[in-house]
Ligand binder design. Sequence first.
Ligand code: ADP
Length: 365
Amino acid sequence: MTEVTLSKVVKRYGSHQAVHGIDLEIKDGEFVVLVGPSGCGKSTTLRMIAGLEDISDGDVSIGGRVVNELPPRERNISMVFQNYALYPHMSVRENLGFSLKIANRSEQEIAKAVDEAAAILGLDELMDRKPAALSGGQRQRVAMGRAIVRQPDVFLFDEPLSNLDAKLRTQMRVEIKKLHQKVGNTIVYVTHDQVEAMTLADRIVLMRDGRIVQVGTPLELFNTPVDTFVATFIGSPPMNLLDGVVTDNGTVRLGDGQELPLPASAQGGVRPGQDVKYGFRADNLNPIGHGVSEEGDAAQIELTVDLSEPLGTETLLFATLAGIEIQCKMLNPRPVSAGETMRCRLAPEKAHIFDARTTKVIRSN
Ligand code: ADP
């Protein structure tokens, strides 16, 4: 069993505190992604798990054992970096086997582990090439192969796909997910890319300014963000957020006087006169006749389109509502010109209400 536990983990660089006492329990075999904007402390956290950074305070445990004082090689982890860190003068086969060679494993043992890793990652044809003769994606696969041959308890990935172009990144994402399904190890993966986090993670840990803001499955973070930061960081396009004031009659009045219904989830959690942010996703605001369903309660909003972005099966429309740029989604799209006015349907039960001052979500219970 290889769970990874962080307990009140702090990292200070001189007087600067990069990680503020975080608690996290990662289960055996779980794929956890640490995500957040640049500088939020995710790499530092990963490097403390790896043993590449000292822990200023708190404990890191791997498999039930506190590893604070153990060097990286005694933690039974393998790390895959953004820059691959392959040995340029060695063939793929030698790169894959190198860590076992310096650990004095037998030739036979090394050959077996290397062949297994090569089969898992489809590297068989490339075994005699040097890294310079490989594509970016192939290099990344060798880097992963090198991590696999050591049969670690835990894989640590630090932005492994950042150097690849968009298409390759998508392919490698699928390969990493398949790898996890095959080998089933615990994985801790760092990225700044929310799409990568959403597509790979069993659970996402969203960080900001050295703290954990929310932990949950990708859909939990998407559907029930705890604050406006999560609402705008997770999901593409980001959630629309309009400034408004709660009225006496169960609505939110926007800056332009227009009123939108409060979702049932927030009624009872707000008081009249309260300043709020009215949040909804582009998916839940659709031109009439171009939504998923026309059933259920809806509020109607008239929008003047500033810009349209045809994506094929849907078109993203940009418009200004109460002085804020918002986005809405048109399904079964037809061509739309800038300046066109459209009546749209908002599903208020899908709206999220946030306190304007604290930015925290408001729920009725
Ligand atoms: P992320 O991986 O989320 O981009 P990092 O973990 O690399 O963020 O950094 C977190 C914070 O710690 C940042 O403010 C960064 O400037 C600071 N930091 C990282 N490494 C060092 C270091 N070696 N010395 C001083 N400050 C550092």
